[in-house]
Design a protein around this ligand. Structure first.
Ligand code: PRX
Length: 654
């Protein structure tokens, strides 16, 4: 792409003037500062932006690489940094959370009020025997209490692990066991799109499966008022337990490397990995990205539409905005209820100035507003907006320009933020008051972050050549290990192919030949991205073969206009393959529901096809490339002569 053919979108003078990173020279100066003194760059910001109980003297400890440590001898508390210090700075009566419920009810919580809630819940956890270092699994909807539960864990030094409310009993159980959790915080149910859906009943099912032996109790938040069974001696209502708790709770000061949370995500094997994050380094990047990428200011209203069940909800709902003393919107519902204008109405009502969402949401709202002018963003007053963000998957240029023009009124920079559960915060992203934007490119690395595109040997490729995305240096908010599996951590992220020196992101990328801008070309492993949700193909295959009817299964992705990628499953049954449409439909539904039960509705395949066998080489290897072609409906031009059983391709054509 030559510079003449590319249309850049430049920030307005006003935006540049007031931005934390003001203009490209400022961005380059930050990069140069980090280049000249890498540790000094991060140490200075860690000292300026975090309140430490005990200051650190060491910055980066590489003695046990790739188990890097940052600020290791410093002591701090994240909840103190998010709440108490805002109050000490005079923000006690400032609104921290604007909670909008599914039904539209709005509740505002000030910093002072939030601190009281957090302290009471922290005291309840302590009263129930939760101690520093214990793991607490949180299986809760998007509510103030969800944020409070996370902050309460941080306050007492317990490590939380959120399980997204859309995951199944089986998935919840596996995570409780893997984390060795001593406490579960859940809710009777959750409201989504006008419906009350159960959570406690699923949690009961998870515990009834057995194996959760470390668990000492279950705390239940009453959200929907739906009927639940409370097990005497095990379960306790949150409101009852909290009622008598004191309103203050001394923060537990922990070392900077203390695990703040574990968050499970999909990898290339059947078993999700517990990504372990630190306290100090993680908090630093949460704050710094709020400042540089979102240019957060005191009078902003920030809204990240993610769920606390994903890393985006951790960094850009629970921790980043609060650690900056910002006002943020927390939304319980879905973008299409009561209609597809919900996001725009909420931006209008709450005067949101920074809005951060996922391409899938944008694409579905484009579709809805194409046929219904009433839900088109232009039907709302969105003049409060000044910065837009995108996260979770590549944003296609058409969606980007629609977002820019119709939501941002052509005046708001879009920060297309590339990052991962493992990275803790933004890695490659524009700076809103500096970077000229190109739709579809996440542009340049965050200041201090040193990403590169390399070949299979780890050698850096020239711009213009696609390859493997890596990070050349450890950074403060990086994953510390996979919970309980150091070996898998090293293998997955610091492979021997790169002499253990490069962080392997798992994505392919290409840098533009002239600008050096990064474009992410998609995962290079067996991980799919469906509506911005990460799903391992092996995980879905394991779920399918766990069904007694299934002999073998292979799962691949295929591009999808709405969800980015869609899951396609090729299945061999133990019995006869269904051939008539009715029987096929029935079997598809049965298997799809099964996957929903095993993992969660988000993992249900969009397309399930049956064959007498899978295409395999003579050595028995499943030819996934072929399956990907079949999934896309492509004419097969590949040589299939090595196939042991070419006839089954017809069956799997769909
Ligand atoms: O493939 C990349 C894609 O999402 C993956 C990370 O998924 P997860 O850990 O669930 O975190 C999502 C929220 C940070 C990446 O490996 N991805 C994320 N953001 C982008 C992206 N792909 C392209 N552009 C992005 N902005």
């Amino acid at each position: 792409m030559s510079n003449e053919s590319v249309q850049f979108y430049y920030p307005s003078e006003e935006t540049v003037k007031n931005a934390a990173v003001s203009g490209m020279d400022a961005y380059k100066a930050l990069c140069a500062e980090a280049e000249a003194d890498y540790e000094g760059f991060w140490a200075k910001r860690a000292r300026d932006l975090i309140t430490w109980k005990e200051p650190f003297t060491q910055v980066l400890d590489e003695s046990n690489a790739p188990f890097y440590k940052w600020f290791a001898d410093g002591k701090l508390n994240v909840s103190y940094n998010c709440l108490d210090r805002q109050i000490e700075a005079g923000k006690g009566d400032k609104v921290a959370l604007i909670f909008e419920a599914d039904n539209g009810d709005v509740t505002k919580v000030t910093y002072k009020e939030l601190l009281v809630k957090v302290c009471k819940m922290a005291n309840l956890l302590k009263a129930k025997g939760v101690q520093k270092g214990d793991r607490v699994v949180i299986y809760m909807p998007m509510t103030v209490e969800g944020v409070v539960a996370m902050q309460a864990c941080a306050r007492i030094g317990a490590t939380h692990s959120i399980v997204f409310g859309g995951f199944s009993a089986q998935a919840l159980r596996d995570r409780i066991i893997d984390a060795g959790a001593t406490m579960l915080i859940t809710s009777d149910g959750q409201f989504r799109g006008g419906k009350a859906l159960p959570l406690k009943a699923i949690a009961d099912e998870a515990l009834a499966m057995g194996g959760c032996d470390t668990l000492k109790g279950v705390i239940v938040f009453k959200r929907t008022g739906m009927d639940v069974t409370m097990v005497a001696g095990r379960d306790e209502w949150l409101h009852e337990g909290m009622a008598s708790q004191p309103e203050t709770c001394e923060p537990e000061w922990v070392g900077a490397e203390h695990p703040l949370f574990i968050l499970y995500t999909s990898g290339s094997t059947g078993k999700p990995k517990g990504v372990q994050h630190s306290t100090g380094g993680y908090l630093l990047h949460a704050i710094l990205t709020m400042k540089y990428t979102f240019d957060i200011k005191d009078n902003d209203v920030f809204w990240c539409t993610a769920d606390i069940g994903w890393v985006t909800g951790h960094t850009y709902i629970t921790y980043g905005p609060l650690a900056c003393g910002a006002t943020e919107v927390v939304f319980e519902g879905v973008p299409t209820y009561p209609d597809a204008g919900r996001f725009w109405k909420m931006i209008q009502d709450h005067k949101v100035s920074i809005f951060y969402t996922a391409p899938t949401a944008i694409r579905s709202l484009i579709k809805a507003s194409d046929t219904n002018a009433a839900v088109h963003p232009k039907s709302y007053n969105l003049s409060s907006l000044r910065i837009l963000g995108s996260v979770g998957e590549p944003i296609n240029p058409a969606a980007w320009t629609w977002y820019h023009e119709n939501v941002g009124g052509g005046r708001c920079p879009i920060v297309d933020t590339f990052w991962q559960t493992e990275t803790g915060g933004h890695m490659i992203t524009p700076m809103p008051g500096a970077t000229p934007l190109i739709p579809g490119s996440c542009t340049l690395p965050f200041p201090g972050i040193q990403f590169a595109v390399v070949d299979e040997t780890g050698a850096e490729l020239p711009w213009g050549q696609g390859g493997i995305l890596v990070c050349k240096k450890p950074w403060p908010s990086m994953i510390r290990t996979i919970w309980g599996d150091d070996e898998r951590f090293v293998k997955s992220y610091f492979p021997a192919d790169f002499q253990g020196k490069l962080y392997l992101a798992g994505d392919g990328a290409i840098r533009d030949a002239e600008t050096g801008y990064f474009t992410i070309t998609g995962r290079i492993d067996d991980v799919l991205n469906v509506s911005g949700h990460r799903m391992g193909t092996m995980e879905i295959e394991s779920a399918l073969v766990a069904n007694p009817l299934v002999a073998e299964a292979a799962v691949v992705g295929r591009p999808d206009d709405l969800t980015g990628e869609a899951i396609v499953a090729f299945v061999v049954l133990k019995g006869q393959r269904p051939t008539d449409p009715e029987a096929t439909k029935k079997m598809v539904k049965e298997l799809s529901d099964w996957v929903g039960k095993e993992i969660g509705p988000i993992a249900k395949p969009k397309d399930i096809r049956f064959g007498d066998n899978l295409p395999k080489t003579r050595s028995g290897k499943i030819m996934r490339r072929l399956l990907r072609g079949l999934a896309k409906g492509e004419e097969l031009t590949q040589d299939t002569s090595t196939l042991e059983n070419p006839a089954i391709l017809e069956q799997l054509r769909g």
